[in-house]
Design a protein around this ligand. Structure first.
Ligand SMILES: NC(=O)C1=CN([C@@H]2O[C@H](COP(=O)(O)OP(=O)(O)OC[C@H]3O[C@@H](n4cnc5c(N)ncnc54)[C@H](OP(=O)(O)O)[C@@H]3O)[C@@H](O)[C@H]2O)[C@@H](O)CC1
Ligand SMILES: Nc1ncnc2c1ncn2[C@@H]1O[C@H](COP(=O)(O)OP(=O)(O)O)[C@@H](O)[C@H]1O
Ligand SMILES: [K+]
Length: 509
């Protein structure tokens, strides 16, 4: 799914009116009816007090139209208008007039802090104050209103966007934003919904297809692409009948040190579970017996170092390299790592301490083969790129790094974002049960396995991240979030690939 920006959506709105030869009033009627139906489906006419807060732009217009439908269906609705500007959009005014035809209880204008009504925990609040037209942080008495809404314990439904949230630019620190329980968002979720510092405001969200002009949407370069089950299906490469293990590559996992041989076990076993024809784990010698007994399908090569890497003497021609999990960052390891990446010309996967070594030895970055995939969590990312002040700035830093070095960055998190140059792919699978030691080691094995199987590195990263999350989702159905551990996620990679073709949407836990 393409994620369009607020500006692109406003443009799509205009093009749609022209192409479909409809008025903006008609489009707003369409949109508000779609949202009303969703709410009505859930509430089924329940006599719960509903307070609808409307701004004076088109988001407020949507709120008024939804309010009108609710009043006509007998809901207990009270409408408030945040009278924050002398400007009013035309569609706001149209729907302001229309609501007066269905109720004698006309909207109440709010002008200052004293006007803010009491909001009870048992109320439902519909937030239609600002949507994609927000152009400055909310301040003054409006910020008090937002605070009161957030502190009320009411169930909060935001229309299109939580009011106060920016769709695709950096959120000013400490700005007032509605913290929605649920957001009905139009055409596509906004980029800010997926970032750790701002995503929390959208709550659960649901996309409403409001019928924007498909040609405009198809021809518009999105700010990011959301990778759903359908998108992952399109990347998957089925096997051919007469193929043999030589067709599916040989992954060399260089990982582990004393006390962290588990990282090598997890990464190498994930590579075999994801279908690499052959997998060899290259480990310090203390890891040999552990690997051979715990994963018999994986071959081993041992380094001269017994507890950590002391050199690198493998001929890499026939391998795809995955390097970094649990290797440590001592001087001997740095030299071994440097030798490995210098020798390899095909794209590699670099994770964990491999990334930490690059951060501490920036001159090594030029030796990393083009289109290699780096899989940092935020701690590793900060060491690599420096601090950021917002989720949006984190993405900008990542795009600059990726473009400059021609490398792919997989920014791990609740919604992992794969960055390749200026393109971003947001993952829509996975769950908080995956916040467990070693799940990142599994991901490195999954992605390198796909590269060995001749997926383009970018597609290997995007598809690998999706399948890894989907495996976590499937596993959580049996083990719960708490019972998930890295090895279990790895064992569910196969079932997750099967599941891709069973459902049109991922089974999220
Ligand atoms: N294509 C689509 O997706 C479709 C979108 N639709 C709907 O339209 C919505 C967008 O409507 P919109 O453009 O009128 O903007 P909106 O969010 O109502 O706010 C603008 C008003 O707020 C004001 N203002 C801004 N910031 C402020 C602040 N901090 N503090 C105070 N005031 C502030 C600003 O005032 P001004 O800057 O002029 O003072 C202006 O008057 C969208 O989210 C969706 O709900 C559908 O109906 C149809 C298809
Ligand atoms: N809340 C979450 N929702 C979805 N996925 C998550 C969540 N927390 C962690 N993950 C995933 O789990 C993995 C954790 O990786 P990482 O932090 O490197 O673990 P480790 O270093 O222990 O191997 C990443 O792929 C990340 O996207
Ligand atoms: K809103």
């Amino acid at each position: 799914m393409k994620l369009l920006t607020a500006q692109q959506l406003a443009e799509a709105d205009k093009v749609t009116l022209l192409k479909q030869n409809i008025s903006s009033e008609e489009l707003m009627e369409r949109v508000s009816m779609l949202v009303f139906n969703k709410i009505h489906e859930r509430l089924g006419g329940a006599p719960v007090p509903i307070k609808i807060f409307c701004g004076i732009g088109n988001n407020g217009g949507d709120g008024l139209a939804i309010a009108r439908h609710m009043i006509q269906h007998g809901y207990q609705v009270k409408v408030y208008i945040t009278n924050c500007s002398k400007h009013r959009s035309e569609d706001f005014l149209t729907h302001y007039d229309k609501i007066k035809n269905v109720t004698k209880d006309w909207p109440t204008l709010l002008d200052c802090k004293d006007d803010i009504p009491v909001i009870n925990g048992g109320d439902i609040v519909i937030d239609a104050i600002f949507g994609i037209g927000l152009n400055r942080p909310i301040d003054g008495w409006m910020a008090d209103l937002i605070k009161q809404i957030n502190e009320s314990k009411a169930f909060i439904v935001s229309i299109d966007m939580p009011s106060g949230l920016y769709a695709d630019t950096a959120q000013p620190a400490d700005s007032a934003v509605v913290r929605a329980s649920h957001t009905f968002t139009f055409n596509n979720p906004k980029l800010s919904f997926f970032l750790p510092d701002t995503g929390v405001f959208a709550g659960s969200f649901e996309v409403i297809d409001i019928g924007l002009d498909p040609e405009f949407v198809n021809n518009t370069e999105p700010i990011a692409t959301l990778i759903t089950n359908q998108a992952a299906q399109a990347i998957y490469k089925p096997r051919t009948k007469f193929s043999h293990k030589g067709d599916y590559g040989h992954t060399l996992v260089m990982a582990g040190s004393k006390g962290k041989i588990g990282a090598a076990v997890l990464s190498a076993s994930a590579a075999i579970n994801t279908g690499s024809g052959k997998v060899t784990a290259y480990v310090p010698s203390c890891g040999n017996n552990i690997l051979q007994t715990s994963v018999p399908e994986v071959m081993t090569l041992t380094d001269a170092g017994s507890e950590h890497f002391e050199g690198f003497d493998v001929e890499l021609d026939n391998y795809n390299l995955c390097v970094g999990p649990g290797i440590g960052t001592g001087d001997a390891v740095v030299s071994a790592f440097a030798k490995a990446i210098k020798q390899q010309s095909a794209p590699v996967v670099i994770d964990a301490d491999g990334i930490n070594i690059l951060s501490a030895n920036k001159k090594l970055i030029k030796d990393v083969p083009e289109s290699s995939v780096l899989t940092p969590h935020d701690g590793e990312l900060e060491r690599l790129l420096g601090k950021w002040s917002s989720g949006m700035e984190r993405l900008e830093l990542a795009k600059t790094f990726s473009s400059k070095h021609n490398l792919i960055l997989v920014l791990k998190g609740a919604h992992t974002i794969t960055v390749s140059g200026t393109n971003m792919y947001i993952n829509d699978s996975g769950n908080a049960g995956m916040a467990t030691a070693g799940s990142g080691d599994v991901l490195s094995g999954v992605i390198s396995s796909l590269i060995s199987q001749k997926y383009e590195p970018l597609m290997a990263a995007v598809f690998g991240v999706y399948i890894h999350g989907a495996a976590g989702d499937l596993a959580a159905q049996t083990y719960a979030h708490e019972g998930l551990k890295a090895g279990i996620i790895s064992n569910f990679v196969g079932p997750a690939i099967l599941q891709l073709f069973r459902n049109d949407t991922a089974q999220r836990a």
